[in-house]
Design a binder for this molecule. Structure first.
Ligand SMILES: [Zn+2]
Length: 492
């Protein structure tokens, strides 16, 4: 389907993101929070099983991580907050209700800045609140009839929900917003934010309205997306679908739709008629929370340097381009490894040389297996990169040899200087030795020599290449060029 997207509708997208917080224990009990790779129903107790008569206790660390996130996004932190019961029947909700926050969330407002094609845009947040995750249904289809099993390990895991205002205007903006949000959560180290493990999940609401109209159109909620790319494609598909409906005079039905990766299309899951009235009321088993200003100030003081600030500083301090700075500040770990290498080189002015290693050959080696890989996933350390930079700059090895040394270090973990010594890779700067080879190359390549003397200056490159080959890449390229020119131009 390649219907052209009309421009007389405005695309309105809002996002709700759920992210599991990186605490030690669950939200309201002392069960271990991390359930990934654990047998089902092993991290459970009467509280997270929802047994009658038990009392929940608020996880202080989960509250702190939520407030820290709010501070990073410029939210207001109200002095008082409370928990509420959200009632709905579902097989994965063991208590029959979820403890969430209704009208007094921990964080109000806030913003996330996204950048697309060099243009910065501010997306407003409505709120950030704290709740508990549900249990998990494991669907099986290995018997006469399909059935479902219940794993309660996830029940009660601290879940932070971030709700955006409907400020996004395209699939690309939606994906950029989600990426930026996840990047920030990882910088803050409040969550693994791992989509494969389900610790970062999102719903996307999308509607269209005629340009200039104030009221929002009928929205469709998209669920079950497992990548940023799916989010972008799902929004783009919905824009086409809803445009076609509106253009033909129809009405968009308010419903929940799922995105099907295989087809790149969305499909109806349930209509609004089946939506629940949650009958929120204040959680009777938990007291309201008073958030001391001193505690908020203390948390603010622990905020790390965030991605935008880091990018700006990298550009300014190391003379990097915006793209280079963005690539190195992509993760906090990569940024730290880069800066450690620069420190080991001992000169911020050579940050650019360090950056080129990280973004060029090192990135190529790390991504050979695809996925998100950092230096620490390999045998390389910032010390390896720093040593390579020094070996090239003090002309111990040529740039080409350095690449070979890097690959050897990547395989073995050996330090570059040790590899250079063991393999005899030192650059030859000895003018006499280079001169001898240059003379031999000139004698053996009459055609290229004639070309050069006939005014074809590029022939010199071929001759330099021959010298390098003779010397197994270890000749200083400038010395080789100088030696050749001295003979060729001198004899002319
Ligand atoms: Zn428990």
């Amino acid at each position: 389907m390649t219907t052209a997207i009309r421009t007389d509708y405005e695309i309105v997208v809002g996002v709700e993101v759920h992210c599991q917080l990186k605490t030690r224990s669950k939200m309201f009990c002392s069960c271990e929070r991390d359930y990934f790779d654990t047998p089902p129903n092993t991290h459970v107790c009467p509280v997270c099983l929802g047994a009658p008569g038990v009392l929940p206790v608020i996880n202080r660390q989960a509250v702190r991580l939520t407030i820290l996130t709010g501070l990073a996004m410029g939210c207001e932190i109200p002095a008082e907050s409370k928990f509420d019961r959200k009632n709905y029947p579902y097989p994965d909700l063991v208590k029959g209700y979820q403890i969430s926050q209704f009208d007094q969330p921990l964080c109000m407002g806030g913003i996330v800045e996204i950048e697309l094609d060099g243009v910065t845009k501010t997306i407003r947040l409505e709120r950030i609140h704290l709740e508990e995750d549900t249990a998990r249904l494991l669907h099986r289809d290995d018997g006469a009839e399909p059935y479902s099993l219940l794993d309660v390990n996830r029940s009660g895991v601290p879940l932070m929900e971030m709700v955006s205002q409907p400020d996004l205007r395209s699939g690309a903006e939606t994906a950029a917003f989600l990426r930026k949000l996840r990047q920030t959560l990882r910088y803050l180290d409040v969550s693994d934010a791992d989509m494969d493990k389900g610790s970062f999940r999102f719903d996307v609401n999308i509607s269209l309205r005629p340009v200039g109209q104030e009221t929002l159109g009928t929205k469709v909620e998209l669920k079950n997306m497992n990548s940023f790319r799916s989010a972008q494609r799902a929004v783009e598909f919905e824009v086409e679908r809803q445009t076609a409906i509106l253009d033909s005079g129809g009405r968009v039905v308010q419903e929940t739709r799922g995105y099907v990766d295989a087809t790149g299309e969305t499909a109806s899951q349930r209509s609004k008629e089946e939506a629940h009235d949650y009958r929120y009321f204040p959680e009777p088993d938990l007291p309201p929370l008073r958030i001391a200003r001193e505690e908020v100030a203390a948390l603010r003081a622990t905020l790390p340097e965030l991605p935008d600030a880091k990018r700006a500083r990298f550009q300014q301090k190391y003379g990097l381009t915006p793209d280079e700075a963005a690539a190195l500040a992509e993760t906090r770990e990569r940024a730290d490894a880069f800066e450690q290498a620069v420190r080991l080189v001992g000169d911020a002015a050579r940050g650019r040389a360090v950056a080129h290693w990280f973004m060029g050959d090192v990135a190529r080696l790390l991504h050979a297996g695809e996925g998100e890989v950092e230096l620490s996933d390999s045998r390389l350390t910032p010390g390896h990169i720093a040593e390579l930079v020094r070996l090239v700059e003090d002309r111990t090895v040529t740039a080409n040899t350095a690449k070979e040394v890097l690959e050897a270090a990547f395989e073995s973990g050996e330090m570059p200087s040790a590899i250079v010594e063991a393999r005899g890779l030192r650059q030859v700067n000895d003018a006499g030795a280079i001169d001898d080879v240059a003379r031999r190359v000139i004698e053996a390549n009459a055609k290229a020599v004639d070309d050069y003397r006939g005014g074809k200056d590029s022939a010199i490159k071929f001759l330099v290449g021959q010298v390098m080959r003779e010397m197994r890449g270890r000749a200083n390229p400038q010395s080789a060029t100088d030696a050749l020119r001295a003979h060729l131009d001198g004899d002319a």
